[in-house]
Every structure is written in C-alpha cells, then in structure tokens.
Design a binder for this molecule. Structure first.
Ligand code: AMP
Length: 393
C-alpha cells in the first residue's frame, strides 16, 4: 500500500503538493474549474494540519517563449483563492531567489502556488524530461512531497518523479481515490465485470482490450472502433471509421474471446455528417456503401442493457457514438441512463468523462476518473511512474 499524506506529521512542515491544475483557460478565463475543486480535499487537509503548502502544477504545453503568456497559472491562483477564501501567494518564477525568499518567509497555513512547471521546458525540456537537477532543486524547497496529480502520473516528470526521488513522499486523497476505486475494480472486481469500450480508433485501445479481455466477463464494443471489429467479420461498414491496420487484431480477439466480446447488432447512420437530420437506423448487415455509422442503434442498446443490468462492476472507456452531435449522442446517453442505477460504475477520464458530464451525468456514477491518459494506462495494466515512485507503507 502506498504512503499517503495521512502518514506524515505536517505541523510546520513545508509540504510540496503536486496538483493537476491543467484546466482549460480562454482569454484568462477558466472554462472548467473541476480539477481545482478536486484538489481541495488534500489542500484543506494540509491546512488543517498547519503545514506550509507549496503547490506545483503544469498547464498546457510550453514550447516557445510566447506560450508563457497563455499558460500562466495566475488565473488559477485567483480561482483557488476564491474557493478556499484565503490568500494564495502566487510566485511568478519556477526557481531562484524570489521563490526561495517567499518560501523562507512562509508561516504555517500559508499557501504558495508556483508558476507553471512547464516554463522549465523552455530550458531544454527540464520538467517534461525529468531533469535530475531540477527534481533535486524543487525537492530542496520542501520537507515532504505529496503527489495528488493523477492526470500526470503516467509520465515521469521532474515535478512528480524527480521530487519524489529526493524527499519523503506519499499520495494525496485524489490519487488515493483513483487507485482505490479503479485499481481495485481491475484487481478484484465484483462479478460479473463488464467493460464498455468505444471511441474512435482501435489502435488507441489495443492495450486496454488485451489487458481487460483477460479480466472482464463481458466487453461491449461501440463507437467508431466497433466498425473495424465488424469489418473483420466480413460485414460491409460503408464509409464508417476503419482502422485498416488492426483488422487482423480484431479478428484474432473475436476468435479467441467470442463469448466475451459483444458487438453492435444495429447502428444509427448518416450519409452526410453535415446533415445530421439524415439519421436512420439499420441492422448491422444492412449498412449501405454510402452510410457512415455514427452511433449504436436501439436493438444494441437493449442488448447491452440486459448485460449491464446483471453486472456488478462496470468500467467505461470511450463514447459509443459521435456524441458531440446531438443526433448521435443517444447511445452514450442511454448507456448513462442504464448504468446510473448500478453500483461500482467507473468512467475513464478524457473524452468519456467529458461526454458523460456534457450529457448531464456528472454525479451519476461511482467515479469519473480525472486522468485521460493515466486512466487508460491503468486499464492497460501498466505501472504509472508517478505512483510507482511513491513509498510503500
Ligand atoms: P477516444 O478519444 O478514442 O475515446 O474517441 C472519442 C471520440 O470518438 C469522440 O470524439 C467521438 O466523437 C468519437 N466517436 C465515437 N463514435 C464514433 C463513430 N461511430 N464515428 C466517428 N467517431 C466516433
């Protein structure tokens, strides 16, 4: 078991917390502050225990000097200050005298937010490349390191792995929740365990399919990726998405796991993406040359429902239709309706999370992961370096 923030005496200690404040910002306005809110539990805990809190986060990508302007964490400092109803000391440098002086002057319960760690990428990708000296330098500013940024835990950066190597460390409440819920669901699922996979490409999900097909009882496939599976069975898919290179992979999976992998039996199609009203539904073997499959059909929803209703763990990664277009969001929405009644329901981060949240199901599931890439890698059964580096109890 990993050490957590609870395993340390925090009183008077300088606690560096790696948070995920990588929020969408347009013209200085935060579009969605969910990630900031998700970090509050750990920050509040450190406050209650009289720590001196130093927050580090990346924001966007910083490749050139001019990227700094759009990727400053200053708006985040303001929002965090509103949410905590407390002053946040925002330090505009990622290293040097200004930062060190501010830290030396800290009193218990003070909070410093350091400028975007990726500003260090301008000096030769020091942050993203996990530069050893940078990790050591940041570690030298604190006494304890807490990783609470699940969304970057699949990457070894100076601000997570680099610091953790050089300080006593643990995970925060958000990372703990991700590990407890998603990690446990994969390791020891309450059965039947059903996985819903969708999204655009098979190639992005190969690792997930290979790992979960061995663990799950059912894999329901929808979205653009379903068409490569259907094509591998000789079905005409018209102009639907095809991942040519992975037809053989799909064929092999279906042969080996024919009782577990369940494909759509009907689809909603259009002949023109520009005219979504052209929508029609047909059985899977009646797709015409000019049809583009954009959602699962009603018969498929019924079929998936019978399986989902019996399931005791459900993990969902990838929308089952082109949900951004209202006419093709029905399958994704109906699956939300079915599984919101169930327990142990876990939604992968990234596109799946935005799909269910946009459709109005933000609070309908046991857990919506905060990490797109990180949750995908966890479902692939990979070790996440940002978590692997954390000490065991
Ligand atoms: P992913 O990031 O692989 O989970 O893919 C998510 C994207 O897949 C979303 O933008 C959906 O619009 C898209 N998608 C889902 N189903 C389809 C489909 N049938 N045809 C084209 N795109 C789809």
């Amino acid at each position: 078991m990993k050490k957590t923030i609870r395993d340390y005496e925090l009183e008077g200690k300088k606690v560096i917390i790696r948070v995920d404040f990588n929020v969408p910002i347009k013209n200085g306005e935060i579009q969605d502050d969910n990630r900031i809110k998700q970090s509050l539990e750990t920050i509040n805990y450190a406050l209650e225990h009289n720590a001196k809190i130093i927050l580090l986060s990346h924001l966007g990508r910083v490749k050139e000097e001019k990227d700094k302007e759009n990727n400053t964490l200053e708006p985040v400092a303001l929002r965090l200050s509103e949410l905590l109803d407390k002053e946040i000391i925002f330090v505009t440098e990622t290293r040097g005298k200004l930062l060190e002086d501010e830290i030396n002057n800290m009193k218990n319960k003070d909070i410093i937010l350091v400028e975007n760690t990726r500003f260090e990428d301008l000096n030769g990708k020091l942050e993203s490349g996990n530069d050893e000296e940078l990790g050591k330098y940041w570690a030298s500013l604190g006494d304890i390191f807490i990783n609470d940024a699940f969304g970057t835990s699949h990457r070894a950066h100076a601000s997570n792995v680099g610091i953790a190597k050089n300080l006593p460390n643990g995970i925060g409440f958000l990372v703990e929740k991700e590990l407890n819920i998603m990690g446990k669901a994969i390791e020891n699922p309450k059965r039947p365990f059903t996985v819903i996979l969708g999204g655009s490409k098979v190639s992005d999900k190969i690792g997930v399919i290979e790992n979960l097909v061995k663990i799950a009882d059912n894999i329901l496939i929808g979205g653009g990726m379903a068409f490569t599976f259907l094509k591998s069975q000789g079905i005409n898919i018209g102009k639907s998405l095809l991942d040519e290179e992975n037809i053989e992979f799909c064929k092999k999976m279906l042969k080996q796991y024919k009782d577990k992998i369940i494909l759509p039996i009907d689809v909603a199609t259009s002949t023109n993406l520009e005219i979504p009203e052209n929508k029609k539904e047909c059985p899977i073997n009646e797709i015409k040359e000019n049809d583009i499959g954009l959602d699962i059909g009603n018969e498929t929803i019924k079929l998936f429902k019978t399986i989902l209703e019996k399931s005791n763990t459900i993990i969902w990664n990838g929308p089952v239709g082109k949900f951004e277009i209202k006419e093709y969001s029905n399958g994704t929405k109906e699956l939300c309706e079915i599984i919101k009644e169930k327990e142990n329901t876990i939604i992968g981060g990234g596109d799946t999370a935005s799909a269910v949240i946009n459709l109005g199901y933000k609070d309908a599931f046991t857990h919506i992961s905060t990490g797109g890439g990180a949750s995908l890698e966890m479902l692939e059964g990979k070790v996440l370096p940002g978590i692997d580096i954390i000490e065991e109890i």
